[in-house]
Design a protein around this ligand. Structure first.
Ligand SMILES: Cc1cc2nc3c(=O)[nH]c(=O)nc-3n(C[C@H](O)[C@H](O)[C@H](O)COP(=O)(O)OP(=O)(O)OC[C@H]3O[C@@H](n4cnc5c(N)ncnc54)[C@H](O)[C@@H]3O)c2cc1C
Length: 363
């Protein structure tokens, strides 16, 4: 039987970033059911950092993560992970209200036409968030895994947790291949499977609900799109961003209840995305080049859950990252690490109150 201080179940961005933060202080085993840690939500995101996304509680973590994502410590990465493009919340009527302190400015129709040539006339104005940036998700994920290994941590892919039991003050975990691991702390970073993993350990679920989101890559008859701002409907029915010179990534902003699974796009959502896109701009669609879907998992109040379960000794939640798990990962991992290690929080999160993230709110 392998013996460690901490067993982390789930090697997506949540598990990988927390693993890297605690490995200097604990022996850690990071397991994932798949052969690649980024196979599920982490590898399927739209890859942007948008400070206002997810509301004011989440925005604290996204804001706190910005400097690290932009210019990480040199021993973590020799380059940053962001490329700024800005975001236009376009509107046919009222402009959205952003959480306090987020930089933005109003864009009237003439400027909007310059920023998005071909935008249809009903979109009268927009709120521009200049800080919105693309995130190099694969680069960030692999930098966390590299840092974790350098600190002595072990990653074990192809290892699906089957069950876990608390015996004599430690977790005894059994995997699908029959192998076992003993750990004093079990971290649930299983994304869409978080409630399932809790049940497998005899812990009550929190109601972490996976919801499917669809993405489509379109080739269109319009050039110069690579640096286009992210464009989203302020009423939340679509967003798109330039990918290549004549290609865009588009989502119908769907949020469809799902069981945890290897999510795939439904044709109806692809059609819906295209219909909404055609109502936004007059660019002819030449081809659907790619489509995919992933699961965004939410706690009942849509705030992520970081902390020990008050009803299950040694069981730590790191779940419910919704649609903002990548942009908030650096600060979330620092916050979760201080809760897990019961240590002073890093300066990055010194001003973030951990209470709204605690699993206690559901117990
Ligand atoms: C279409 C889409 C667009 C998005 N866009 C953005 C964006 O622009 N910006 C942003 O910040 N976020 C975005 N997100 C959200 C972001 O992708 C997630 O919040 C984040 O990836 C969640 O990370 P995770 O590690 O919790 O989950 P995952 O990456 O899903 O990792 C969980 C892991 O747990 C493993 N696992 C599950 N059960 C077991 C088990 N029993 N044993 C072992 N391993 C197990 C799985 O194999 C999986 O690899 C988007 C998501 C989607 C789907």
């Amino acid at each position: 039987m392998t013996d460690v201080d901490v067993l982390i179940v789930g090697g997506g961005i949540a598990g990988a970033s927390l693993a890297a933060e605690i490995a200097p202080n604990r022996s850690v085993l990071l397991v994932d059911a798949e052969d690649q840690c980024g196979y599920h939500s982490t590898g399927r995101s739209a890859a942007f950092w948008l400070e206002s996304y997810g509301g004011p509680v989440v925005a604290q973590l996204s804001t706190a993560s910005r400097v690290f994502l932009d210019s990480p410590p040199v021993d973590f990465s020799g380059h940053g992970f962001l490329r700024t493009r800005g975001d236009l919340h376009i509107s046919r009527g009222d402009l959205p209200e952003l959480p306090e302190g987020i930089e933005s400015r109003i864009i009237e129709r003439p400027e909007l036409e310059q920023m998005v040539p071909g935008i249809r006339s009903e979109w009268r104005r927009a709120l521009f968030e200049p800080g919105c940036a693309d995130i190099d998700v694969a680069g960030l994920q692999s930098a966390y895994l590299r840092q974790f290994r350098r600190s002595g941590g072990t990653v074990r892919p192809d290892s699906r947790l089957h069950s876990a039991e608390r015996i004599g003050g430690r977790w005894s975990a059994e995997f699908q291949d029959g192998s076992t691991v003993s750990a004093s702390t079990l971290v649930n970073a299983a994304g869409a499977w978080a409630d399932q993993v809790a049940r497998a350990a005899g812990v009550g679920p929190l109601g972490i609900a996976p919801k499917r989101r669809t993405m489509v890559q379109l080739r269109v008859g319009q050039g110069g799109l690579r640096d286009l701002p992210l464009v989203d409907d302020s009423e939340g029915s679509f967003y798109f961003k330039g990918e290549g010179d004549r290609t865009i990534w588009l989502s119908p902003h769907d949020e469809i209840d799902s069981d945890p699974c290897d999510a795939a796009p439904d044709e109806i959502d692809v059609a819906l995305a295209i219909d909404r896109f055609e109502k936004a701009v007059d660019w002819p669609i030449e081809a659907v080049e790619r489509k995919w879907a992933g699961l965004r998992s939410f706690a009942p109040d849509r705030v992520p859950v970081y902390g020990f379960d008050p009803q299950a000794a040694g069981f730590f939640w790191c779940a419910g990252q919704g649609g903002f798990g990548i942009q908030s990962a650096p600060a979330a991992a620092k916050l979760a690490a201080s809760l897990l290690l019961e240590s002073e929080p890093d300066s990055m999160v010194a001003r973030v109150d951990p209470a709204p993230f605690s699993p206690e709110r559901f117990r």
